[in-house]
Design a protein around this ligand. Sequence first.
Ligand SMILES: Nc1ncnc2c1ncn2[C@@H]1O[C@H](COP(=O)(O)OP(=O)(O)OP(=O)(O)O)[C@@H](O)[C@H]1O
Length: 240
Amino acid sequence: MGRNVAIVATGVSKTFPVGKQAVTALRDVSLSLPVGTLTAMTGPSGSGKSTLLHLIAGLERVDSGTLEVLGNQIHRCTAAELSELRLREIGFIHQDFSLLADLTLVENVRLPLEAMGATRGDATAAACEAMDRVGLKGLEQRFPAEVSGGQQQRAAIARAIIGNRTLVLADEPTGSLDSKTGAEIMGVLARLRDEGVTVVLSTHNPANLSHADQVVVLHDGTLLSPDTAESPDTLGAGTA
Ligand SMILES: Nc1ncnc2c1ncn2[C@@H]1O[C@H](COP(=O)(O)OP(=O)(O)OP(=O)(O)O)[C@@H](O)[C@H]1O
């Protein structure tokens, strides 16, 4: 895989056992996402968006097919290699921000670097820089409950990019926010893309598609746009 491609999925399928049944979450999905682009995954509830993000993050394993992420054949990685990859190279953002309530914003943001063994001073300096990048300068010592939802999500984004991580995965990053704040968060993610970060997010909001370089449409676990080259314009971007 050339390093201008961040993610290549080839024939990826994933099934979950539910009781004695098997639920197919993804069926023969193939796509290729270039480095430094913003990809929006959309589709009805249960269509497989979160599952695909979890597979790319190495949080779940493919049943069949191959999946290369940042040059790593992650379908072949051990659990320890996947943890290392997640820690060093992949940031994950959740709809509910997932910040620790007892830590200040800067303490939350510096956690991944501390886990990597950085000194507290180095981790704090990098956290302040990451917070500056997402527009949180001055709020370092606040606790999550002392800032707005949008500011909490900015902190989660800062935590995702700290340590110069180059891939950010976001599961419904605007899902808990009002439309104005959601648009601001999409602006932050688009700016990171402009700085060279690869961003892949899931969304139910058509307005968010206008920021995307490519839109991946899933339905019942199947990719509707096989080459993923769907233009945001043809999908009603900006009409919500
Ligand atoms: N851990 C699991 N165990 C059993 N079934 C699962 C699991 N995770 C996902 N599924 C099933 O796989 C399918 C795809 O789910 P997924 O969460 O990926 O969809 P989604 O498009 O992200 O949905 P939403 O938009 O509601 O978040 C669904 O049928 C879901 O019930």
